[in-house]
Design a protein around this ligand. Sequence first.
Ligand code: PMP
Length: 285
Amino acid sequence: RTVYVNGEYLPETEAKVSIFDRAFLMADGVYEVTSVLDGKLIDFDGHAVRLERSLLELDMGVPLSRDALLEIHRELVRRNDVVDGMIYLQITRGAAADRDFVFPDPEEVPQTVVLFTQSKPGMADSPAAKTGMRVISIEDQRWGRRDIKTVQLLYPSMGKMMAKKAGVDDAWLVENGYVTEGTSNNAYFIKGNTIVTRALSSDILHGITRAAVLRFAREAQMTVEERNFTIEEAQQGDEAFITSASTFVMPVVEIDGVTLGDGKPGPKALRLREIYLEESRKAAI
Ligand code: PMP
């Protein structure tokens, strides 16, 4: 696989980052994951805008223009013959001369920029979309700036392990009695013609897929309520689902052992998945 590191395209075995890199020592970095379908980028602009926001919120500069970033994404897709899959991008505050909590002077320490591809042939036909996912709820113990997409993923990773140990697919995070989001996705339930999902704030990541799916839902005459909801309320829903760049729209059929509806992916969630895939493919660049 060919990867990108600080201006160079290299075989992955030759790509290197310093042990003093602040992302390695302090999780001082941000990332984005963009999907590729039929060799084209899904929602690239949305991811680029969110990346810039994450960088600015952490007082990091924006090292590459949007055009330059797009070109690197496209070049990696070309060089690795990616048909369906993902592009992972990470930008860190760079490698200072020593370990220090204080941010280094950006004039002296350049940021680290890394991108690599992950091929996932046929990812849009995921079998999980046909069976639906089962989730458990766990306490949300992440920090308070979840709107910044940092590489601090230890708690989400522990959440996935808790789900795995419980024999299910993922975990929904609950804070003060209300669902924030999934470990790596936004969470929703549907009751009647209404989709309910947590409102945007620093409590959740502002999902790029979320924005698109809510737009399509409104265009399909569904009502969208962006508000707090509990696990109990979601369990009483007709359907539930999650969204993320890598899973698109994925139905949820069980929450904390309670089966939703007949235990099969709901028709509205599946329809939203179809619309999302169709529209995203059309708009892909
Ligand atoms: N919430 C969290 C915590 C996430 O990690 C992700 C995916 N990275 C999302 C939501 C979904 O965001 P997007 O649709 O932009 O992938």
